[in-house]
Design a protein around this ligand. Structure first.
Ligand SMILES: [Fe+2]
Length: 369
């Protein structure tokens, strides 16, 4: 039985200037800042935060976290934090940076942190204050318990516990000002897919539905023609991402993310673009099912246009892939792609029973169109 439940332990601050009082939420003198490869150092908001912190704290910069963080990167962050006796960690970056720091902090007191990561089992609670500052607007890592980590063989696994949420998250829109357009749009569509899949999840409830609809509304209203100087629009996109994170922290994802795994793992397609390339299919697939919740959603998406055409134009306007062809899937790869996706457990999280033959036929027809 699916019990109605809503749990969200992170304190969120959002909007321009939300990091102004960051210091009030730091408990000790030694602070670690975890970042990616370094491009963030040119961002004005980042410079402001660091120079302010350096006046009052001993700041240890842990840099170089790459895309799809590996277990070895998690352990190296953990070792620095432990060795320097740091009790406050601030991760500033996209999903990979946030995920890496989140995982490191959650297993920091474990005797065998690697095993704890793999088994998602933490016996000794973390005593670190973890603050997340996202610089993209899609992963939702700032507002959920998940960390996507890559193991020694190159496979990705999702690490999470009830205690792996950030303590605080600050959504400062200034970070989105310098993010390339395609990444603002791509990460926002990732957030859109989180909320969309969460809305049509077997685990959704009335509260997650409220967050999902608001998140998708923010994206539809603020992404197209997004003026990079309009901080209010960027703030809304940031908030949409966090809301999407809150949604999937309860519902997980389903069809889009399941079929997207092959594209990211085998074809090296960025996560955001694998989602956008499957989004039109999802809209068509639900449009052909009969259900009151679907009718409500399609009316919300577009009261007058054809929902499929609407979403394709929306993706085109934002220069995003809108078909599997756009991300390079070939006809001879289709069966392998399908079977890989269909084997994922999130297929069964879709709110209606997914019959293998039916979805294969629909997906292939659409692919060959
Ligand atoms: Fe995602």
């Amino acid at each position: 039985m699916n019990l109605n439940r809503f749990f969200f332990p992170t304190t969120l601050f959002w909007g321009e200037g939300s990091t102004e009082n960051l210091e009030e939420f730091i408990n000790s003198k030694n602070v670690a800042i975890v970042i990616g490869k370094g491009s963030i150092k040119k961002n004005e908001t980042f410079k402001k935060i660091i120079s302010k912190l350096k006046k009052n704290f001993n700041v240890e910069l842990i840099e170089g976290i790459g895309e799809n963080p590996k277990i070895s990167e998690v352990i190296s962050v953990l070792n620095v934090v432990k060795d320097k006796n740091i009790k406050d960690v601030i991760a500033i970056g996209g999903g990979s940076v946030l995920d890496c720091a989140k995982a490191a902090i959650t297993v920091i007191n474990e005797d065998n942190p690697i095993l704890s990561l793999k088994e998602k089992k933490v016996v000794k609670k973390s005593d670190i204050n973890f603050i997340a500052i996202p610089t993209t607007c899609g992963t939702g890592s700032e507002a959920d318990q998940y960390a996507l980590i890559t193991d020694e063989s190159g496979d990705k696994f999702s690490f999470f516990t009830e205690d792996s949420y950030p303590g605080y998250s600050f959504l400062e829109p200034g970070f989105l000002e310098t993010l390339p357009d395609k990444w603002v749009a791509g990460t926002a569509i990732d957030a859109f897919c989180h909320s969309l899949e969460g809305f049509f999840s077997i685990k959704s409830n009335d509260l997650t539905d409220v967050f999902a609809i608001k998140s998708m509304e923010y994206i539809l209203e603020n992404l197209g023609s997004s003026d990079r100087k309009d901080l209010k629009k960027l703030e809304n996109l940031h908030l949409a991402s966090a809301l999407g994170g809150i949604v999937i922290s309860h519902t997980g994802t389903n069809l889009i993310h399941a079929f997207g795994y092959y594209l990211t793992k085998i074809k090296n397609v960025p996560h955001s673009f694998s989602n956008s390339s499957l989004l039109p299919f999802y809209i068509r697939y639900i449009s052909e099912l009969s259900d009151e919740k679907i009718d409500f959603f399609l009316g919300f998406l577009t009261p007058s246009d054809d929902p499929y055409d609407f979403i394709v134009s929306f993706l085109k306007e934002n220069d995003l892939p809108h078909h599997l062809r756009d991300v390079g899937l070939k006809e001879e790869e289709f069966d392998e792609f399908f079977n890989y996706g269909f084997s994922k457990p999130n297929i069964s999280a879709f709110f209606k029973k997914v019959k293998k033959e039916r979805i294969y036929k629909k997906l292939k027809e659409w692919f060959l169109e």
